[in-house]
Design a protein around this ligand. Structure first.
Ligand code: 5AD
Length: 367
């Protein structure tokens, strides 16, 4: 059996070795972190890329047991932004050096919804081309499982990246946190469609789910590797009071500190295993600890997604309790992110799409 030191310096890892990294104690965690940071610098570089995030609609057809905007949650107002509001936020981002933009939404499948998103995407492209950004804003979608045909239409409209989290690859846990009718297999199939259409594809999981072991998370990392994904967004599982999973509140409170550390170790371990992908340091990490997003970057993440949702609807898009940045306007959000990144000795890659290196390699190799 390899020592911890030998494992972190390996090129390839078994599931057991990945689980051993995830079980690191505090001293080992620092060694893991330092190694992950080194791998990030060697394979991707120290730049932190920004994606302006707009939460387009909190209407959702699904009823996931953990999520604060699930269909049966008592959200004070269900909203859908006007296309102009999304385009306006995108234009602000383009003017202020954020070359990349994410449209996220609850999951909806009507033709009108897809039509509207297509129109928004092409409007953004039309309105953000400039000398500095000859190809306009880079656009990522995070609007759930859709048909192959819809993915294709959205891609042709100008979106080029797509985030669709698998949430967990453990079938029993997946089934326990989703109502019947949602399936792990369909989620995997959707990820396959996205790749086939030509998107840069991102996925991710929640960390610290009830019953989830280090070996489960190790297998999640193997799934990321075997699916050959370009981007990862993952964060700690957090409680939303108005969901069935709020029954875990006490257990969760007890484990909170461990879940936080586990989420950071998961970022570092994923960096060691997948090397040249983009990894986001997510808002959920910051919800758990004010320093969380910076720590994510220090553990090998290289993407931050500051919020640009119009302030008047932001409190209606709470996936979990304790969501930060509820009243930061666009200027504040941008200032904060630049200062935060500078405070850990890194730099924001302004005016850069910051595409996944892995995707570029995948294209050159023709697969
Ligand atoms: N805790 C942490 N993450 C959550 N998400 C949704 N609800 C929660 C929660 N309670 C994450 C899911 C989803 C993403 C948009 O937000 O992973 O894919």
């Amino acid at each position: 059996m390899k020592s911890f030191e030998e494992i972190i310096n390996s090129e390839e890892f078994t599931a057991e070795e990945l689980a051993r990294l995830l079980d690191a104690d505090e001293t080992e965690q620092e060694a893991l972190r330092a190694r992950a940071e080194q791998v990030l610098f060697d394979y991707v570089g120290p730049n932190v890329y920004l994606r302006g995030l707009v939460e387009y609609s909190n209407v959702c057809r699904f009823d996931c047991y953990y999520c604060g905007i699930r269909r049966s949650a008592n959200v004070s107002e269900r909203y859908t932004l006007e296309p102009e509001q999304v385009v306006e936020a995108a234009v602000w981002c383009a003017k202020n050096g954020l070359a990349s933009f994410v449209i996220q939404s609850g999951e909806r499948r009507s033709d009108k919804f897809i039509d509207d998103v297509c129109r928004i995407v092409s409007e953004i492209k039309r309105n953000t081309r400039s000398e500095r950004l000859p190809d306009g804003l880079g656009i990522t979608l995070s609007i759930g499982e859709q048909s192959y045909a819809s993915y294709k239409r959205l891609f042709e409209a100008g979106a080029h990246r797509y985030l669709l989290r698998i949430e967990t690859t453990n079938p029993a846990i997946f089934a326990a946190i989703h109502p019947e009718g949602q399936s792990l297999e369909e989620r995997k199939e959707a990820l396959g469609y996205l790749k086939e259409v030509g998107y840069q594809v991102g996925t991710g999981v929640m960390i610290g789910l009830p019953g989830q072991t280090s070996l489960d998370l190790a297998r999640d990392i193997e799934f990321f590797r075997d699916t050959d994904v370009d981007m990862i967004g993952m964060g700690p599982f957090l409680i939303h009071h108005d969901t069935p999973m709020s029954e875990y509140l006490e257990e969760w409170e007890r484990r909170k500190e461990d879940i936080y550390r586990l989420a950071l170790k998961m970022i570092a371990t994923t960096r060691l295993a997948l090397k040249d992908i983009n990894i986001a340091s997510t808002t959920a990490l910051q919800a758990l600890k004010p320093q969380g997003r910076n720590e994510g970057l220090r553990h090998g993440a290289n993407v931050i997604m500051p919020l640009f949702t119009p302030l008047e609807v932001r409190q209606n898009y709470k996936l979990y309790d304790g969501k930060p940045c509820l009243d930061d306007n666009a200027d504040d959000a941008m200032d904060k992110v630049i200062k935060n990144v500078a405070s850990i000795g890194r730099q924001v890659g302004l005016d850069l799409w910051g595409d996944s290196r892995h995707f570029k390699k995948r294209q050159t190799n023709g697969h």
